[in-house]
Design a protein. Structure first.
Ligand code: FES
Length: 120
């Protein structure tokens, strides 16, 4: 997998909901996903589904990416909360760290991410 990956129609994204997309495997052969969601301003954002505290998925496989208020991405393991607009951890053990961003393109109301897997 490389280059531009289709995610969904722009109208499929709703505030407080996320779409998880497989990006294949990481350099260690483990499944890798990104999380695609609208930010506070309605812009589409995408981040790797990997917490910055420990290298595990934010949702722990549950498919739930938001906090109770549905305003921040949330790590279910130790409760880190991440701002949607820039992926910054605003609360939790990795406060101040940023989720790894994935480049987003919206073309003709269709959402894509740009992803080039590691070669090694
Ligand atoms: S693993 Fe995410 S907050 Fe600890």
């Amino acid at each position: 997998m490389n280059g531009r990956v289709h995610v969904c129609a722009l109208t499929d994204l709703e505030p407080g909901q996320a779409i998880a997309l497989s990006l294949g495997k990481d350099r260690y052969g483990l499944p890798l996903q990104c999380v695609v969601a609208l930010d506070e301003s309605g812009h589409v954002r995408a981040y790797l589904n990997v917490c910055k505290h420990l290298p595990i998925p934010l949702d722990g496989g549950t498919g739930e990416f938001f906090d109770d208020e549905r305003t921040h991405l949330f790590c279910g393991t130790h409760g880190a909360r991440y701002r949607l607009s820039d992926g910054r951890c605003v609360e939790g053990p990795c406060q101040g760290a940023h989720l790894d961003p994935v480049s987003v393109e919206v073309i003709a109301d269709e959402v894509f991410v740009r992803w080039l897997p590691d070669d090694d």
